[in-house]
Design a protein around this ligand. Structure first.
Ligand SMILES: Nc1ncnc2c1ncn2[C@@H]1O[C@H](COP(=O)(O)OP(=O)(O)OP(=O)(O)O)[C@@H](O)[C@H]1O
Length: 278
């Protein structure tokens, strides 16, 4: 299997990339989980990241969000090197959700979103203790913004419900609202439809299109190939940490190397399968 060929098909070349990864490599001891990956994402673009289990998708995400410092290579976001700490990456304008939902289970939906918003408020510990006019104004603004975001993701009815009592699909949408509360330019979604039924998956797809319409760039990891190929402007397929194919959904889903990587069989035999159930 050839594992190096990539193309720049579908790249919006008239724009500067919002994020550029160059030769990003992440090793764990002797294991090379991500191997010299080059990757650009443009403003307003939805990028898909696919690959079989263990291909390095989440590790690559972690390199783009400051959770891991790549062993080598570099990531430039919005014209500057990505800061080495997750909190600073968030303030720079990159937000993410996780494969395993990470909400504050015993806080309400509204509180979960408000907590994320505090990275954009200026009240320090003293103002919070004194609770003066500035603090009260910021609290009101934070609550208004959180309410608006719950509305945006389709959860206006559950603002006062504890996160742990929400349905699985609603918890995933709440995670997206929480990520949006940090005012990102780039949103990374790690398996946003995992565990969702087909109707919830369609709603998630619509929500991501709405996010794109607000001008954000989105990178999403997903195993549901129908979702990926419907949604994304471009798709990168990783295999064993290496970029295998980068291109438009049409190019990627018909590429025999992608079919082979997923199915592990001859391309003729597996033709068409990637689009259904990889
Ligand atoms: N913290 C870690 N320490 C050691 N090895 C790791 C670590 N994280 C990931 N790996 C290994 O790196 C490789 C890539 O894992 P990663 O989770 O990034 O793949 P993935 O494509 O996201 O897989 P999946 O689709 O199953 O979530 C795997 O072999 C995994 O076992």
């Amino acid at each position: 299997m050839t594992q190096t060929a990539t193309t720049d098909a579908g790249t919006p070349t008239e724009l500067e990339p919002l994020l550029s990864a160059r030769q990003v490599t992440m090793r764990f001891g002797g294991l090379v989980a991500v191997d010299k990956v080059d990757f650009d994402v443009y403003p307003g673009e939805i990028m898909g990241l696919i690959g079989p289990n263990g291909a390095g998708k989440t590790t690559f995400f972690n390199c783009l969000t400051g959770l891991y410092k790549p062993t080598s290579g570099r990531v430039v976001f919005n014209g500057a090197l990505l800061p080495p700490k997750p909190g600073r990456v968030v303030r720079a304008g990159v937000a993410r959700t996780f494969q395993n939902i990470r909400l504050f289970a015993n806080m309400t939906a509204l509180e979960n979103v408000m907590v994320a918003r505090y990275c954009r408020t200026s009240s320090g510990p003293l103002t919070s203790i004194v609770r003066g006019p500035k603090y009260r104004r910021e609290e009101r603004e934070t609550e208004d913004r959180a309410t608006e975001l719950l509305d945006f993701v389709g959860l206006p009815e559950v603002a006062g419900n504890l996160a742990r009592n929400l349905s699985y699909g609603d918890q995933r949408r709440l995670e997206i609202a929480r990520a949006l509360a940090t005012d990102p330019k780039l949103l990374l979604l790690d398996e946003p439809t995992a565990g969702m039924n087909p109707q919830e998956t369609r709603q998630a797809e619509e929500l991501i299109f709405k996010i794109k319409d607000r001008g954000l760039a989105v990178i999403t990891i997903e195993h549901d190939m129908r979702f990926i190929f419907n949604l994304c402007d471009r798709v990168l397929c990783l295999v064993q940490g290496r970029p295998l194919v980068l291109g438009t959904p049409d190019q990627v889903q018909s590429d025999p190397r992608v079919i082979e990587a997923y199915i592990g069989t001859g391309a003729q035999e597996a033709d068409g399968q990637v689009g259904r159930d990889a």
